[in-house]
Design a protein around this ligand. Structure first.
Ligand SMILES: *[C@@H]1O[C@H](CO)[C@@H](O)[C@H](O)[C@H]1NC(C)=O
Ligand SMILES: [Zn+2]
Length: 308
């Protein structure tokens, strides 16, 4: 008894220490920082050790090809003024609920709530999902919830309550002007809880052209931050968004709550545990149709003018 008491006290104390501490990314963990890194997120929320967690490494050879109906983006072209914040873990832009998505085998329409990003350090690798082991410098998540729900927390109680569109970024030689409003806002949100407004953006300008959004991976997973709720239909687009090195690096000037630079804000990939990943390649079908028309025309003695 006398031997056990201090041990018990120590155990209870250390569990309390961990669960009481805020969660953090691996990059925030230092000798004198007791925050809860990805390995101990299950202590913060038991969902984080579930069997359908995100992100994942997508093995393209194992993705099942399917022809899903095209995704429809409604209200994506509308320009809006959005609140942008440093959440302490990411940069988040609030979105108007008038932006909705439907089709793409989602079942019901989903309305936009917010978008946020995950990145590396100084334009190095930082995406959450990987494709055949390849990690990209940054990944954007546009978070949508079923129209019937009033909040993200409400939607998280439904296994298919949330639909996240994920986009990878790739370093380009020239700046992507469409991202300047967000990049410029970063200097005003250096510290967690800082808020500013991004003026004159639309989801259309922040995503690839719609004709390039036909190829995507689909699987069932979770939030990639605590509470890690397994309530997300993931749509991971194959087409990337270009951003210059300078633009990518700008994200590293903002800070975590402990004053460290906000870098490597990505969770390690999680086990698939038998889940099926689907691949919908609308573009392939389109190319085939063009080839078919071309060959029909060619065989009937006509030619196609393909320039311009
Ligand atoms: C940002 O947050 C920090 C820390 O809370 C605060 O000191 C600073 O005044 C804020 N800046 C702005 C522009 O709100
Ligand atoms: Zn995310």
């Amino acid at each position: 008894m006398t031997m056990l008491t201090p041990i018990l006290f120590f155990l209870v104390f250390s569990i309390k220490m961990i669960s009481g501490a805020d969660w953090c990314y691996q990059s925030q963990m230092t000798c004198n920082n007791t925050c809860s890194g990805p390995e101990t997120w299950p202590v913060v929320s038991q969902h984080c050790s579930g069997r359908a967690q995100s992100p994942i490494n997508i093995i393209t050879r194992k993705a099942l090809p399917v022809r899903l109906p095209p995704l429809q983006f409604i209200g994506y072209q509308e320009t809006f003024h959005g609140r942008i914040t440093n959440t302490g873990h990411s940069v988040q832009l609030d979105l108007p609920a008038s932006a909705t998505i439907k089709g793409g085998n989602l079942g019901v329409p989903y309305k936009a709530v917010q978008l946020h990003l995950h990145w590396g350090k100084d334009a190095g690798v930082g995406s959450e999902h990987t494709i055949d082991g390849e990690q990209f410098p940054m990944e954007m998540h546009i978070v949508h919830i079923k129209e019937e729900y009033n909040s993200l927390s409400e939607a998280l109680r439904d296994r298919t309550g949330v639909a996240v569109l994920a986009f990878f970024f790739q370093e380009s030689r020239t700046a992507n002007k469409k991202y300047d409003p967000i990049v410029y806002a970063l200097k005003d949100i250096k510290h967690p809880t800082n808020i500013t407004t991004v003026k004159g953006v639309s989801l259309d300008t922040l995503t690839p052209p719609q004709s390039n959004m036909t190829n995507y991976f689909r699987y069932q997973g979770s939030l990639t931050t605590p509470n890690c709720a397994e309530a997300v239909i993931w749509t991971v687009f194959e087409n990337t968004i270009p951003l210059s090195r300078q633009q990518l690096t700008a994200f590293c000037q903002i800070q975590f709550s402990n004053g460290m630079l906000m870098v490597k804000t990505h969770r390690p990939v999680q086990p698939l545990n038998g889940r099926q990943v689907y691949y919908s390649g609308g573009h392939v079908a389109l190319v085939n149709t063009v080839l078919l028309i071309t060959s029909v025309l060619a065989s009937s003695g006509l030619s196609l003018h393909t320039e311009g």
